[in-house]
Design a protein around this ligand. Structure first.
Ligand code: 6CS
Length: 317
């Protein structure tokens, strides 16, 4: 038996590491009866092709992140800025606590589109790149910054004063090289492995959001699995939560060293005060989300916000 797993990223990425470990765990837990075959980004077409293929059952599993907003509008929740805590480990735990990961509203919003959400995978902070040091919303003025294809991100970067531009992942390098784009938003590992840093002068750390992908299955196929197979998938998913957290933090740290060793790119870290100016501008975008997704999605957003508040309060106590 072979299960196909489509990735939005190339060999060596966080999603690839996750997929390879998932394959290893599944093989082990089924005594070799199930093999998971990975399809790294590019093998099955573009990003939306990946979602089409998991929806149609051509592959059993896929990752879905920013571009998934067109397919599962509620998934744009993971594109909201300044919603999570400042601590990546805490965020990973909140998102994968059964209270959120198995939340009825979350599951229903994916299942309505033929998808079963299994895990929520943060892959590191979203870091801006640009050809100037962006420290204020005014610095974004007139900048063509590439966002993944969802309305929430476009609204967010418009609120910051930039000109959001959508482009496929595989076209970004030339888009920046040719000057069609002035800026980009990626976790550090992606700036490195896709060579984006070679055509940009600054990396700007605002800790405004983490890059978050949903690990998901075709729901009809998933429903048809035996309880034993479902348990195997669930066990692997649970084991992978702390495992991928460690991998992503290590990859993002190591790749930042590669970037600074191989280029004279400048690193800019926003102060708390500088971040605040962006945070304020991001708040009205929550209303845009609510308006786009209606009652169910709004309830889900409020659940997440509550859990973040509880985690922050527990930390202070
Ligand atoms: O920016 C993008 O389109 C892609 N970036 C990453 C790090 N993963 C997948 C996503 O589609």
């Amino acid at each position: 038996e072979t299960w196909g797993f489509a990735l939005e990223e190339i060999d060596g990425s966080v999603q690839y590491e996750y997929g390879a470990k998932f394959a290893e765990l599944i093989k082990e837990k089924t005594d070799g009866a199930v093999e998971v075959k990975l399809y790294p980004y590019g093998q099955l077409g573009g990003l939306t092709d990946i979602y089409d293929q998991v929806q149609s059952g051509a592959v059993q599993f896929a990752f879905g992140s920013g571009f998934l907003g067109g397919t599962v509008p509620e998934s744009q929740l993971f594109s909201l800025n300044f919603v999570l805590t400042d601590d990546e480990k805490t965020n990973t735990e909140i998102l994968n606590d059964p209270a959120f990961r198995k939340n009825e509203d979350l599951v229903a919003s994916y299942r309505d589109r033929g998808l079963q959400p299994l895990a929520i995978v943060p892959e590191g902070w979203q870091v801006w790149s640009a050809n100037k040091a962006v420290r204020t919303p005014e610095d974004f003025d007139g900048m063509a910054i590439r966002t993944m294809d969802n309305r929430l991100l476009r609204e967010t970067y418009s609120a910051y004063g930039a000109d959001p531009t959508t482009m496929e992942y595989g076209e970004l390098f030339s888009g920046m090289q040719l000057g069609q784009l002035d800026g980009n938003i990626q976790p550090v590992f992606a700036h490195q492995e896709m060579d984006f840093y070679k055509v940009q002068d600054y990396l700007i750390f605002a800790n405004q959001a983490q890059f978050i992908a949903t690990f998901m299955a075709n729901s009809e196929w998933y429903d048809g699995l035996s309880q034993e197979r479902k348990d195997v998938v669930e066990e692997a998913v649970v084991e992978l939560v702390p495992w991928i957290h460690d991998v992503q933090t290590r990859l993002n740290t190591e790749r930042l060293d590669i970037i600074t060793e191989n280029s004279d790119i400048e690193l800019v870290y926003l102060t708390a005060e500088e971040r605040e100016a962006f945070r304020e501008r991001s708040l009205p975008v929550r209303d845009v989300f609510a308006e786009m997704v209606g009652e169910r999605g709004t309830r889900l957003m409020n659940t997440l916000i509550e859990q973040v508040e509880q985690a922050d309060a527990a930390k202070v106590a």
